[in-house]
Design a protein around this ligand. Sequence first.
Ligand code: BGC
Length: 802
Amino acid sequence: MLTRWQRARFMPNVPLYPNQPKVTASKEHLELSRRASREGMVLLKNDKQVLPINSLSKLALFGKGVFDFVKGGGGSGDVTVEHVRNLYDGFTMREHPVDLFEPLCDYYRDEVEKQYAEGGKPGLLVEPEVPEELLEAAKAYTDTAIITISRFSGESWDRKVVYYDRQEEGEKIQSELSEKIFGESDYYLTANEQKMVRLVSESFEKVIVVLNVGGVVDTQWFAENDKISSVLLSWQGGMEGGLATADVLLGEISPCGKLADTFAKSLEDYPSTEGFHESPTYVNYSEDIYVGYRYFETLEGKADRVNYPFGYGLSYTTFNIEVKAANASENGISFDVEVTNTGALTGKEVVAVYVKAPQGRLKKASKSLVAFAKTKELAPNESQVITLSHSLYDMASYDDLGKVAKSAYVLEAGAYEFYIGNSVRDAKKAGYEYEVAEDVVIEQLTARCIPHELPSRMLSDGSFEELEQLPPVNYMENAIGWSQAALGANGPETRGLPWRNLDEKNTNILLEDVADGKDDLDALMAQLSDLDLAYLVSGQPNLGVADTFGWGNNEAFGIPSVMTADGPAGLRIRPERGVYTTAWPIATQLACTWDQNLIREVGVAAAEEVKENNLCVWLAPAMNIHRNPLCGRNFEYYSEDPFLTGKMAAAIIGGIQSMKVGATVKHFCCNNKETNRRNSDSRVSERALREIYLKGFEIAVKDADPWALMSSYNLVNGYRASENHELLEDILRGEWNFKGVVTSDWFTLGEHYKETLAGNDIKMGCGYPERLMMALEAGAIKRENLYRCAKRVLELILKLEA
Ligand code: BGC
């Protein structure tokens, strides 16, 4: 008979049913990873229909990226895998291998191996010179060349490297390599890469580029370059990425991914670039709500600064999108849209609805995504009618300064227009408008998290309005005296409390009794001492294969020790532990599928691996907004758009939690820069906070009820996110009705008792029970504060089927 929480308690890293085939990194999961990868690739350019490549063609593969093919980013978003398939594998490991000019492949393979042996890291290698004689021989062999460009970035450093003193060793090595190789930023091609591209594009009639990258990169070098016929944004596609890339290049499926970000003509075109590194201790979010396409599509003249707009993506076939009907009710608006495959090949299309709200007094983005869906696979001439619905709330704007109604979501009077299609640029005006006769308050809220030191913010015409300056917050205030010892990267030292008598006569009410309905949780908790509570709100030591510590751990009351694990690109188990798992495509690529059903499937499969390895809470999905391409961790996040972000997160959470594994949405919020992330203040207007940076989390919480949420390292308008009561209690719980556990990020610089008071339920990697006891003694917190947080931790454990 199975015991409750059997895996968590007794079976670290031992499969529960030894006779069943393992699901972790199984063939089925690898196939799903490959499928998700294919569906999230975006075809940026295909002049003269050079793609798909005929499988009988001969190819010359250029660029070290053919072998230095990157599966995903670094840090906690990394995954330990048995293999990573590169593009060479993609062309050769198939039933009918493609003819490649092998001497060139040998050259790049050797170069990459040599650089790895000398300390190079994947995605952080120097592009070798193309030898003249190999170029000539390749030209004689074929007229078709493929250039692969690969990139790598990771946690705790940005894509323009600026040093600070708290980096971990491995991350320091990576950022130093990145700076050495890419200089200013890896956004642009290096001089060596430029030279290689020039040589190849001058030498071959058909030139195809594969971008194996984790975020937005320069596209200017091919967008208007006739010599480069086709470009596939294959992303960092997980461990099967190379196979998936070849599948798309060879036309095994029509590309059906659409951009989840705007690709501008230059890095400087993003309004957030200028101030990105202005200070190591703060970032002014001066562009306000004009992030991504909301900026480029709204401000005059900025649309011309875009090479590939949000939602863009070519296919090998063509589609017609036609609005058939529009319906409005008090709940919202819905459109019936017919999509027809008008081309010669099978494919899928994405349909999105963008609202254009009247400018009014608040000023608005000229387009905002409010609904989307992806078709099924459509054969030539086949049609599908899709219904796309959204609420009035989705169209509303937040009035933080009281221009219409202070601290309320409002619909200003006027005509609301709708644009329907795939990209924000190609969407066509629907023949239906929603008229609002007079201003309407959709939801009255209370001002929260207001900025103190943000000088001004951008408006839709590009001008700036000045904001009131308030006295800075003293976030170092501390009732029990600040202590260096209690801050920083410590792990939980022991297995929790000192030993107790656990003999048969244990008459305590146990957690199992609560789970079985014999007693209630408050009755169990009445037995707990203050110290018991202080331990329950503190991270517990690793058991089994765990690397990120656990929750619970008080056997006298039958409370198991349940382990957490990273996310989000797959279950992360460190290489030393000897377990390989599945690396899924990066989150940005998953977002580019625009396919919630597929993302849910990935969630189910990933959670199966978490569970099989006896872990309970997965530290995924990550869902910060792509504010600027320079953020080193954008690969872990979905999009520049909060609606797409929220819906993708909701889909994966649904999948994860269907396995009774806890999902943890992170990092809440405004962790949009990695440099000095523990001590950088994100200064943002309340409107931008609510409409952009909180919106995705709001959607995820309301749609999918995640069991956990991770507060971020950074400060938000002067307060550490983990110590911010308005954020964690008033907005998250009060307004959105979040019922789960709030965990800190690992080793925040927050003071434990202040985090507890703010509603941050558990401090990770370890807590500081002794400082909590000091705070209790000093009257800075009460037992009821600890009790509330501890109760939520126990409620989460009760939901697990481990
Ligand atoms: C990251 C989190 C991660 C945690 C545990 C932190 O450094 O920011 O995303 O879940 O570590 O590894």
